[in-house]
Design a protein around this ligand. Structure first.
Ligand code: G
Ligand code: G
Ligand code: MN
Ligand code: NA
Length: 248
């Protein structure tokens, strides 16, 4: 309950900040995923898994999400190169009307070109497969914004989403990456997703890559992009410059 009340004040008191996790493609930095953090005055840093469900339940997510989007776009403008910034969208934000207007207004305000923004949505966000959802994603797509399907392979995984929505990228959930070396089933599933994505003209990012062996195998089957602790943990915005200098 205490946490709940302080969550209501966290935005106004500027307790949120964003960490950025690099995503690499062919050994070069492709972009960074924005990951929200809450610096609680008493409890220290709280991860989104602990507070986003509460924020969703209390109807705070549209407002917090709007802050993340604008802040991530502003910080991306200061990066040394034109890397993509990937922002996670919650169901609440996605279902609030006017999403496309808000996103394009934010890009205009900040001056970020649309093709530098990627929006990550999970399958559960699309559960109610309404005409509205398709319109929203198509409009974002026409604006030049990239859309990725996050946590693919878990939850409600339905291939019909791949047929219906204009995804640029599929992100394979780390559930299938963690045991790649020992589990032939994970290998078969990952290989299948990569081939399917490529046939659909989509790119693939593997999440949760932690070992060089995983990275090597993923490259060998043609997985386009890698993300995970092997490449880097999520970084503070201040640490991005140094990471870029070392990586490039
Ligand atoms: O950073 P961490 O690994 O703890 O993230 C946990 C979960 O929180 C992930 O599923 C991630 O997608 C989600 N998440 C992180 N930042 C945001 C955000 O800004 N908005 C939304 N909706 N989800 C986020
Ligand atoms: O659901 P989403 O993919 O948005 O969540 C990203 C989350 O995964 C973040 O909380 C991030 O901290 C975490 N993460 C990123 N890379 C790794 C990894 O290599 N291993 C593990 N265990 N978690 C990771
Ligand atoms: Mn994500
Ligand atoms: Na994910």
């Amino acid at each position: 309950e205490l946490l709940r009340r302080s969550l209501r004040m966290a935005l106004a008191q500027q307790q949120f900040f964003i960490e950025y996790q690099p995503i690499v493609e062919s050994g070069r930095i492709f972009g960074f995923e924005a990951l929200l953090r809450w610096r609680h005055p008493l409890l220290g840093t709280i991860t989104p898994a602990a507070f986003i469900p509460m924020a969703e339940a209390d109807g705070l997510m549209p407002e917090i999400g709007a802050w993340v989007l604008e802040q991530a776009c502003r910080e991306a403008m200061k990066w040394p190169q034109n890397y993509t910034v990937a922002v996670n969208l919650s169901a609440a934000e996605f279902l609030t009307s006017g999403l496309t207007d808000r996103v394009s207004h934010t890009l205009d305000l900040v001056g970020l070109p649309p093709d530098r923004l990627e929006l990550e949505i999970t399958e559960s966000v699309l559960l109610e497969r309404t005409v509205n959802n398709i319109d929203t994603l198509n409009t974002l797509n026409v604006l030049g914004i990239r859309i990725s399907l996050d946590d693919f392979g878990t939850d409600y995984s339905s291939l019909s989403y791949l047929k219906t929505f204009p995804f640029d990228t599929i992100k394979i959930d780390r559930y299938f990456i963690t045991d790649l070396e020992s589990d032939l089933k994970s290998q078969a599933i990952v290989r299948c997703i990569v081939n399917l994505a490529h046939d659909l003209q989509m790119r693939v990012t593997a999440e949760g890559v932690e070992t060089p062996e995983q990275a090597k195998w993923l490259r060998s089957i043609g997985c386009d992009r890698l993300q995970g602790y092997l490449i880097s943990r999520p970084l503070s915005v201040e640490a991005i410059g140094e990471f870029v200098t070392q990586a490039e």
